[in-house]
Write a protein that binds this ligand. Structure first.
Ligand code: ZN
Length: 153
């Protein structure tokens, strides 16, 4: 099946997304992770499974993802794993909110864009509402996993 999702994005952003799609970072599993969650996007058939381990200071120590789906969903998960490493749970939540703001077209400060890193490549999906769920899937899955983890403390 041909994946046309990236045909719709700007060239600059395509490059980042394709790179993460073809060479996913931190793909795999973590045995008995502190935080784990599975997300599914029925509109596109995307699946993302995230696993995190936290250190003593409750910062993300190890992170891995698995799953399958379109290039945007899998690239977003790959970028997520790079961004959240070393972050506190509050900081990961902030990143998730920033991505939503970016996709919804809000103005972000330079400092906020710095925090986003390569996640900014997902900015282009805002023009394609059907793709927004693909881009947000990994982050929504992370939010669910953290909420469950914190609820169990
Ligand atoms: Zn998708």
């Amino acid at each position: 099946m041909r994946d046309t999702s990236f045909d719709q994005l700007d060239d600059l952003y395509q490059e980042v997304i394709l790179d993460h799609y073809r060479n996913p970072r931190n793909r795999g599993e973590i045995p008995s992770p502190h935080v784990s969650a599975r997300g599914f996007n029925p509109y596109c058939g995307d699946e993302v499974i995230l696993a995190l381990n936290l250190d003593d200071g409750r910062r993300v120590d190890a992170v891995a993802f698995s799953g399958q789906g379109c290039s945007i969903s899998q690239a977003s998960a790959s970028i997520l794993t790079e961004l959240v490493k070393g972050k506190s749970l509050a900081e990961t939540r902030r990143l998730s909110q920033l991505l939503r703001s970016l996709i919804h077209g809000d103005e972000l400060t330079d400092e906020e864009l710095d925090l986003m890193g390569e996640m900014e490549a997902l900015r282009g999906v805002r023009r394609f509402p059907i793709r927004v769920k693909c881009a947000l899937l990994a982050w929504a899955t992370l939010d669910d996993g953290i909420e469950e983890y914190e609820g169990g403390q």
